[in-house]
Write a protein that binds this ligand. Structure first.
Ligand SMILES: [Zn+2]
Length: 357
């Protein structure tokens, strides 16, 4: 790989090292016979201006600039109307359930307000990947240091709420889980938990109303492990893709700025330069949109390609583990004729999929 840094020996290049996602892309493009140059983010300010994309890629009859991104909060896209709908639906289900059991429905004022759409949409408190990781670490630590810390159990927790928890809420959940795991350790299962005999796991749910009427909601799967407690905390894929974070200033908007600056200040024939944005996701788009790939395509056209008309193509890299599998990409090409198009043969690798077909 070529490095632009060499042209600026007087600058600091601490931020020019490749992160793992960038490394994957550099290796991939090289494996496809292209020459990859790492662009320098440490060059003098009058040259760098505001933005520099990650790579300049050169091939036969092709010059392409490429920016690699990973959103901080890729999950949890419930639009305000969806959110209100889900809250109402949930309330109706409780009512139904209470009727079936011939009991009165008992709810807090907040739950009632939530069902009636009188509580504000949790916009600024929305979960982010960074917060999520911190919470996951805390949950693990508390469990490992607890009385169940040595139990040979593998516990997977799926978080299903799109907001971040307070410390008390986190502790409350951990205490609850310790009780349930202690029972399992004693060879019993809490009556509200279930055993799945076929797949050999125990399954439980944790639901708790918050002061604001919203719900903390986790699903917990427990299996036997060889030794010691293993904890995994994952966002539930039901939360969907947070398209706002993909469009937003950390991802597409930032990439747009970096690409524009490169074209404006540092490319001699900007109209000929292909512009590519690669986005790494924690979730698997093909899986989430399995039954409706057309919807995915229209979502990306609406949310990305039409909002950022200077992109030639946007590429999504699905969650994968580089130790066990190769990356496979979903490539969405723009239909905007005013920008140079990205050649289809580059991702024609037998694994990746390109749209429009
Ligand atoms: Zn550099």
């Amino acid at each position: 790989m070529k490095k632009e840094c060499a042209k600026f020996p007087e600058s600091k290049h601490t931020d020019c090292e490749l992160n793992p996602d960038e490394k994957i892309m550099a290796d991939y493009f090289e494996s496809r016979g292209l020459i990859v140059e790492r662009l320098c983010v440490g060059k003098p300010k009058k040259i760098e201006k505001e933005g520099t994309p990650d790579f300049r890629i050169v091939g036969k009859n092709l010059v392409c600039i490429c920016e690699v991104k990973r959103p901080d909060s890729p999950t949890g896209d419930l639009s305000e109307s969806d959110w209100k709908y889900v809250n109402r639906l949930e309330f109706e289900q409780w009512k139904e359930e209470a009727k079936k059991q011939n009991t009165n429905l008992t709810v807090t004022c907040e739950q009632l307000e939530l069902a009636n759409g009188k509580i504000d949409y949790p916009d600024n408190e929305r979960n982010t990947g960074v917060l999520e990781e911190e919470k996951a670490k805390k949950i693990k630590k508390l469990l490992e240091e607890s009385t169940v810390g040595n139990f040979p159990l593998a516990v997977t927790i799926y978080r299903s709420d799109p907001f971040s928890w307070t410390q008390e809420e986190l502790q409350g959940f951990v205490n609850h889980l310790i009780d349930k795991l202690s029972l399992i350790g004693a060879g019993k299962i809490s009556p509200d938990w279930n055993v799945n005999g076929d797949f050999h796991f125990i399954y439980g749910e944790y639901r708790k109303a918050r002061a604001d009427g919203r719900y903390i909601h986790n699903q917990i799967f427990v299996r036997l492990a060889e030794k010691g407690l293993k904890i995994e905390v994952l966002p539930n894929s039901d939360l969907g893709v947070n398209w706002e974070s993909i469009e937003g200033k950390g991802v597409c908007r930032k990439a747009q700025k970096q690409i524009k600056d490169q074209l404006l200040y540092r490319e001699s024939k900007p109209e000929k330069v292909i512009r590519l944005v690669v986005i790494f996701l924690e979730q698997n788009l093909l899986f989430e949109y399995f039954s409706n790939i057309d919807k995915l395509e229209s979502e990306i056209n609406r949310r990305v390609l039409s909002k950022f008309p200077e992109f030639s193509a946007v590429v999504f890299c699905e969650n994968f583990d580089p130790r066990f599998s190769r990356p496979n990409f979903l490539v969405f090409h723009t239909e905007n004729n005013n920008v140079p198009s990205f050649p289809k043969d580059i991702f024609d690798d037998g694994f990746s999929q390109q749209f429009p077909k």
